[in-house]
Design a protein around this ligand. Structure first.
Ligand SMILES: Nc1ncnc2c1ncn2[C@@H]1O[C@H](COP(=O)(O)OP(=O)(O)OP(=O)(O)O)[C@@H](O)[C@H]1O
Ligand SMILES: [Mg+2]
Length: 316
């Protein structure tokens, strides 16, 4: 996967996010005093990447031994987080030059308020030798008490120039053949500043050999939204298998986050002329809830499509 192969290893390699890079550099110059960090911003803008870079810079070559990566929406509740942090803080020795351990908590805005309150206490309890990096899409989803204890960094959706420049550099390293720069503009157009998605699209579009406007168009469809639309239409028409296959392709190959899938699905369903709108929306809401609970996303979306395709059968 090119997204992993070309994941930046140093702050300088992170595309755009200039203000963030300069503020972080000065914090990293005095790493003993590093505060807790809160990274907020849209998907594919470099939050997780930057968190990993911080870990490497602060902790050096043994960074992986001193970094606990948790996904707030995967873990079953705050008790798991507390247990893991506790064990981690207790058992790892403190080597010279390693000022503390890092806990990176991804998707932290998916935690309930209660969990976040508990998290705040955990942060305090272990703050002597532990720093937290909280990663989220919306800082508004994080309780005030935590926000005020963190240095907040707001990541921006990447602009066209940085995306095109980044894609061109990858194309060069992969020796891709392409007619002109307009293909990169089209990739940007289809992915709207989400660099992960842009790189995935670039890879998919060049898998046949040459990168062309047509190959970009073929793999991007007109947009993710319209692809989700196709899938929902298939499901609501009773074609569960067809819908499932396309959903798996969309989430696995293009890396569309499951929550985005649901968001688009909701928009599509409410704009469709369906007999059982209330029932359909109820189904979406149910699975939205289950995804927040962190149960296996692909299985949940599959079950959701099955339910939607049953609506049709009943109506017939
Ligand atoms: N600013 C950036 N500079 C260079 N590469 C980037 C940048 N942002 C994203 N990427 C590319 O996209 C991939 C995913 O980025 P990353 O995991 O940092 O996104 P994120 O902001 O954490 O997104 P999400 O909210 O979906 O977790 C990286 O491996 C990298 O290849
Ligand atoms: Mg991330």
């Amino acid at each position: 996967m090119w997204v992993e192969k070309y994941r930046p290893q140093k702050l300088e390699e992170v595309a755009n996010q200039k203000a963030i890079k300069s503020r972080l550099s000065s914090l990293l110059a005095r790493k003993e005093e590093l505060p807790h960090l809160l990274f907020a911003g849209p998907p594919g803008s470099g939050k997780t990447t930057t968190a990993l870079i911080v870990a490497k810079q602060v902790l050096g070559e043994h960074w992986a031994d001193y970094t606990l990566m948790l996904n707030a929406s995967d873990e079953r509740g705050i008790d798991t987080v507390r247990e893991k942090v506790k064990v981690f803080a207790r058992f790892v020795d403190r080597r010279e030059g390693v000022p503390f351990r890092l806990v990176v908590l991804d998707e932290s805005d998916e935690m309930t308020r209660d969990s976040q309150n508990a998290l705040r206490r955990i942060m305090e309890e272990y703050s002597k030798y532990t720093r937290f990096v909280l990663v989220c899409n919306y800082s508004s989803g994080i309780i005030e008490a935590i926000q005020s204890r963190c240095a907040i960094f707001r990541f921006q959706r990447l602009d066209e120039e940085s995306v095109v420049e980044h894609l061109k550099a990858i194309a060069k390293k992969e020796s891709l053949a392409y007619a002109d720069d307009s293909v990169f503009a089209s990739v940007f157009e289809a992915t709207q500043g989400d660099l992960r998605q842009a790189i995935n699209l670039l890879q998919a579009a060049s898998s046949s050999g040459e990168l062309t406007q047509d190959s970009v168009k073929t793999v991007s469809g007109s947009s993710v939204r319209s692809r989700v639309g196709e899938i929902i239409t298939l499901a609501m028409g009773g074609n569960f298998e067809g819908a499932r296959t396309k959903m798996v392709e969309l989430t696995r190959v293009y890396g569309i986050p499951e929550r985005d899938f649901l968001r688009f699905a909701n928009e599509v369903v409410t704009s469709m002329e369906v007999d059982d709108l209330a029932k359909a929306v109820e189904i979406l809401a149910e699975y939205d809830f289950r995804l927040v609970q962190g149960s296996q996303p692909e299985l949940q979306l599959t079950a959701m499509l099955a339910q939607l395709s049953k609506l049709k059968k009943k109506g017939d």
